[in-house]
Design a protein around this ligand. Structure first.
Ligand SMILES: [Zn+2]
Length: 119
């Protein structure tokens, strides 16, 4: 079982290590993911034209709460943090294709060794 407290501490730690602490504070919780995926980074739209995306929480599928594969949950956290990074720059990052900004960010932290400690 991986606690919300642990994930929140990991978020702060990775934020310092791979984003120079620039990611905003977000709430992390277990719940029901709207897209039936294992995790989702939620945003609300803001700004004068409601075109700015402001990250505010990461929701993990509540079924993961009891998983024995804790490294999977932490890998998901890193994945969602890349979405938070892009959302925080005001960009929508729904695409996961190899040419997407999302993939570029995932590759950047992969190259920096973010996933190595999970192996
Ligand atoms: Zn994603």
């Amino acid at each position: 079982m991986i606690s919300v407290k642990y994930l929140q501490a990991a978020y702060d730690d990775y934020n310092r290590k791979y984003w120079q602490g620039k990611l905003p504070k977000v709430t992390i919780r277990y719940g029901k993911c709207i897209t039936s995926s294992d995790a989702v980074a939620e945003t609300f739209s803001g700004g004068p034209l409601k075109k700015k995306y402001i990250p505010y929480e990461i929701v993990f599928n509540r079924e993961l709460k009891e998983t024995k594969f804790e490294c999977y949950t932490v890998a998901l956290l890193l994945h969602e943090m890349c979405h938070v990074f892009l959302h925080n720059t005001g960009r929508v990052s729904l695409s996961h294709s190899r040419k997407s900004k999302f993939h570029k960010e995932l590759k950047r932290i992969y190259d920096a060794g973010a996933f190595l400690e999970l192996l």
